[in-house]
Design a protein around this ligand. Structure first.
Ligand code: AMP
Length: 396
């Protein structure tokens, strides 16, 4: 298989699917350029190898056709600054406009195409539309991990038109490498820490992980479905009543597979869901009537941190409590710190899924863990053991 390392990009035009879905303020100024930065290693590699680059992306969720606030033209200047290369802009992603610009593109130059989702064919995975994109270039590179779980024209279908010349960019490459390190090549003890609001979102991952982990830590809002299922009093804590049987089933499966399932033993309870709520400590299965558990307690923090510190492979998805509020952030912060500590002692740690990524950034620990995944939904589906269309399209 050709890779970005072995392919000769000299005088070639590379069509790269990137994820430039960045937030813009009301003056169309980029407020967080992380996703653009993440694509730069691939862009720069191809430019410095004598190729030219055609970038395609979506931005936001346009309803039908052009919308000023979702135009990629707002990214041109910053893209030029980040890449250090001249950037041309095509006001449409298909048709004569990009075709002409692509034809005249010189080595070392970038052509940015207008938002793919201004055409409904993109999300429908329309083959003709994909063919028009393909006609612009000699080689296809997918570097948009965040959309790899979608069978869209630019993320999967377009690959068909490049049977020989298709490959992953560096970003997808490193995402796959870190996820596979955890799923297929982990060093024991392997601890997965699952948190967040709902167990229903995480059930498939948990099931897939039960065959792989030594320890499974459950925290956050999903804890209470497990506690209630076992007869505990959870007061007004968040709970999915229709998932009680499933929680018991997971507890049973963990036992069968010799996985140590660690549920919190205590928690911080509040009289309302509010940053200024009155709080007290309580055993996890004795939440007072009308109160709600919003963070794990001291004993749980101690036990969970200890397990993490002794682990050699760590996967963290989902906060331990409502960490957005100071009163309920201790659990999440402690987990983040314990993971950083384990990593400094040689463990491999992968953080993924929107809110644990926000947490690790909030505590400024992103560079103290092994890898922070950029793809929320895509990462979850990969961890569930599913084949992602964007990955399969390159591997086929
Ligand atoms: P998720 O997107 O499922 O990972 O959930 C993340 C959200 O879960 C965060 O916004 C947290 O505030 C929330 N969360 C964590 N613990 C709790 C809890 N005990 N009760 C209610 N919400 C929680």
């Amino acid at each position: 298989m050709k890779t970005i390392e072995t392919f000769d990009f000299k005088k070639k035009k590379a069509l790269i699917r990137v994820d430039f879905n960045v937030p813009l303020n009301s003056d169309f100024v980029i407020t967080d350029d992380n996703r653009m930065r993440a694509a730069m290693p691939t862009v720069k590699k191809i430019l410095s190898s004598g190729g030219s680059v055609i970038l395609m992306s979506h931005l936001g969720r346009p309803k039908s056709g052009y919308e000023e606030k979702f135009s990629l033209k707002h990214l041109v200047k910053h893209l030029s600054k980040l890449s250090g290369a001249p950037v041309k802009f095509a006001t449409d992603c298909i048709g004569n406009i990009p075709l002409e610009l692509a034809k005249n593109l010189k080595p070392g130059e970038i052509l940015l195409l207008e938002n793919l989702r201004f055409h409904k064919e993109e999300e429908k995975g329309n083959e003709e539309f994909a063919g028009e994109l393909a006609a612009l270039a000699d080689v296809y590179v997918n570097d948009a991990f965040g959309t790899a779980h979608r069978a869209h024209a630019s993320t999967a279908i377009v690959a068909k038109f490049f049977p020989e010349n298709k490959m992953f960019g560096y970003l997808i490459g490193s995402e796959l490498e870190s996820m596979d390190k955890v799923l297929k090549d982990s060093t024991s003890p392997f601890t997965a820490i699952m948190g967040g609001a709902k167990v229903s979102d995480k059930i498939l991952i948990i099931e897939n992980l039960l065959d792989r982990v030594d320890n499974l830590v459950i925290g956050g809002g999903m804890t209470y479905t497990f506690i209630k299922a076992q007869g505990g009093n959870i007061g007004s804590s968040i709970c999915e009543e229709d998932k009680l049987d499933m929680a018991l089933d997971l507890i049973r499966k963990a036992k069968e597979k010799n996985v140590r399932l660690i549920l919190p033993v205590d928690n911080i309870v509040a009289d309302k869901f509010d940053a200024n709520a009155s709080v007290q400590e309580a055993p996890i299965d004795q939440v007072p009537e009308g109160w709600l558990g919003l963070d794990i307690g001291k004993e749980s923090i101690k036990e969970i941190s200890e397990v993490i510190r002794q682990s050699k492979t760590i996967l963290w998805n989902g906060p331990m409590g409502v960490f957005e509020m100071e009163k309920f952030e201790a659990g999440t912060k402690s987990v983040a710190l314990a993971i950083a500590e384990a990593t400094s002692k040689g463990a491999f740690s992968l953080i993924g899924g929107g809110d644990s990524v926000s947490a690790i950034n909030k505590y400024k620990l992103a560079d103290k863990v092994s890898y922070v995944s950029t793809g929320g939904g895509a990462m979850l589906e990969y961890m569930e053991g599913k084949e992602l269309p964007g990955i399969a399209a390159i591997n086929e």
